[in-house]
Design a protein around this ligand. Sequence first.
Ligand SMILES: CC(=O)N[C@H]1[C@@H](OP(=O)(O)OP(=O)(O)OC[C@H]2O[C@@H](n3ccc(=O)[nH]c3=O)[C@H](O)[C@@H]2O)O[C@H](CO)[C@@H](O)[C@@H]1O
Ligand SMILES: C=C(OP(=O)(O)O)C(=O)O
Length: 436
Amino acid sequence: MEKIIVRGGNKLQGSVKVEGAKNAVLPILAAALLAGKGKSTLLEVPALSDVSTINQVLTHLNAEVSYSKEENKLIVDASSDLAPEAPFEYVRKMRASVQVMGPLLARNGHARVALPGGCAIGSRPIDLHLKGFEAMGAEVNVGNGFIEAKTDGRLKGAKIYLDFPSVGATENIMAAATLAEGTTVIENCAKEPEIVDMANYMNKMGAKIKGAGTDTIRIEGVEELHGAEHTIIPDRIEAGTFMIAAAITEGNVLIENAVPEHSASVIAKLKEMGVTVIEEDEGVRVIGHGDLKSVDIKTMPHPGFPTDMQSQMMALMLTANGTGVITETVFENRFMHVEEFRRMNANVKIEGRSTIMNGPSNLQGAEVAATDLRAGAALILAGLVADGYTQVTELKHLDRGYVNFHEKLVALGANVERVSEETEARAEAAATAARV
Ligand SMILES: CC(=O)N[C@H]1[C@@H](OP(=O)(O)OP(=O)(O)OC[C@H]2O[C@@H](n3ccc(=O)[nH]c3=O)[C@H](O)[C@@H]2O)O[C@H](CO)[C@@H](O)[C@@H]1O
Ligand SMILES: C=C(OP(=O)(O)O)C(=O)O
């Protein structure tokens, strides 16, 4: 088992470069399946475990994938006949595997994808995705742990209203609609920057999508799509995580590639707390000063405060003066990290869908577990200012969404190391031998 050990107390200084966005690259790789001819070349593809998982899914479906981690460049050739099924072994590792459903259904007329099941942040149903496919004329059946969607001939364009602006449903329906007959209109759709990035990629493939980034998207179906070259947008959640690393340690860090408009709600809350945030040509500089003020935060669909920044923001709020409230409205059960923070002596309690913090907490190092990928990052952030050593386990979650997280922190001056039990045992044996 691997763990990250953090010793608190160092102020972070310097600059850090943000990778391509996980939540853009995953649906974009699924959409690469839409290309009946030509290859897609994707640039700024981050070397995440989630990217390896979606690559395995694509390969399983008969696409050819070649990935150079050194160049962050990935080439997909999906021009052969595609297989229809994404099995549970992939969907279990990563829910975003369901994003292949829309592209497969549109291209093949048939998709069979394992039901994702629950996860650490809530039940995460996909009913809105399926309603969208049905509205476009697909027959959808759920049974034996699989969802199967079929259509005779092409899908038909339709008007689809989403009860909630789901990111995944918007992406899956938008992808399916690119090859449908006629025009599809998705109302009350998600407006996240990753939706815009995916629409831009599909338009380069020959799709006709308008309105991505607003709450109504119109897609005029075309008969065929081809491969295209596309550069993935920077990861606004990784950027936000490093903004908090700078703020919490009273450091001064330039977050290169961060796009201020994509992080507007996070930047606004940081400023409200008393953190200095400066937009520079290369990115966003964050300067922490201590003596922070508690604020109230509610997670919302974009452009509201992102749920994927909730636990990292909680780490910062624990160091602020006064009472602050964080309300989670996007996922039903995204407070698993609260118990872990409590192990670090955090003064935080849960009331319904809110957490209340009375600060500042006198954070102390402890052994804690990453309950999901953002919680993993948040616990490490808390460890940067806790008294003593914090050990964070369950790093498989962290690796889904962050590339070289501890190495990037070390480059900024943090006292962080990643060890496996074997290395620890070897180090202990060497220390004992030296003492004898
Ligand atoms: C790979 C990826 O991009 N993941 C992101 C995506 O997840 P994901 O696409 O799964 O998130 P959604 O926007 O779909 O989910 C938001 C809410 O809608 C509910 N819902 C969703 C679909 C559906 O058919 N029925 C339904 O009830 C979910 O249970 C949840 O409560 O957006 C989330 C919300 O910003 C982020 O936290 C995730 O990091
Ligand atoms: C919840 C997240 O991702 P996913 O939807 O891939 O689980 C996240 O990125 O914080």
